[in-house]
Design a binder for this molecule. Structure first.
Ligand code: PRP
Length: 175
């Protein structure tokens, strides 16, 4: 197997700066609650919030995991939610590494309604629209739209590996 660079570290940095500038502008004078969807988005979220310098942020974390084979979602997702703050009337920004089938975000958006936030916006580093079968509202802050490739790195894994890579790579199994 091998991993080839698909989106470089520098490309990611530049894109995150642009997304953060937009977020700084959109939420000027307001507070923001950022929900990092673990595990995959730990790196993107950490880099994104460090560029959101102009507005107060509360960080929340949830865990989401899909079952299935290593490269395909099973259609089931398990969410572990234990918010430390009250989301009622808050501006919420969900931060994902990737929107693939859309299942995780679809389920999360439904559940979030219970908490009665004022607004909910989405940020995702990657979107694969050709794969998205579950309804997901517009991704307000999108890093890169890509075709259907199996990508790893920068938080994304294959069987638990490669999350630490500073770039997005394409995973190519042994031929
Ligand atoms: C990945 C990714 C998203 C989700 C996207 O998480 O981090 O949360 O899949 O896929 P979907 O749009 O088909 O739902 P995964 O369940 O693999 O867990 P991980 O974040 O721990 O890698």
């Amino acid at each position: 197997m091998s991993v080839s660079v698909f989106i470089s570290e520098d490309q990611i940095k530049q894109r995150i700066k642009a997304l953060a500038a937009q977020i700084n502008q959109d939420f000027k004078g307001q507070e923001l609650t950022v929900i990092t969807v673990l595990n995959g988005s730990f790196m993107f979220s950490a880099d994104l919030v460090r560029e959101i310098k102009d507005i107060p942020i509360i960080m929340e974390f949830i865990s989401a995991s899909s079952y299935g084979s290593e490269t395909q979602s099973s259609g089931e997702v398990k969410l572990e939610i234990n918010f430390q703050s009250d989301l009622k009337d808050k501006n919420v920004l969900i931060v994902e590494d990737i929107v693939d089938t859309g299942l995780t975000l679809n389920k999360l958006m439904h559940i979030l309604k219970i908490y009665k936030p004022k607004t909910v916006k989405l940020a995702s580093l990657i979107s694969k629209p050709a794969n998205t079968v579950h309804f997901v509202s517009n991704i307000d802050y999108l890093g890169f739209e890509i075709e259907d490739k199996f990508v790893v790195g920068y938080g994304l894994d294959f069987a638990g590996q490669y999350r630490h890579l500073p770039y997005i790579g394409v995973y190519e199994p042994k031929k």
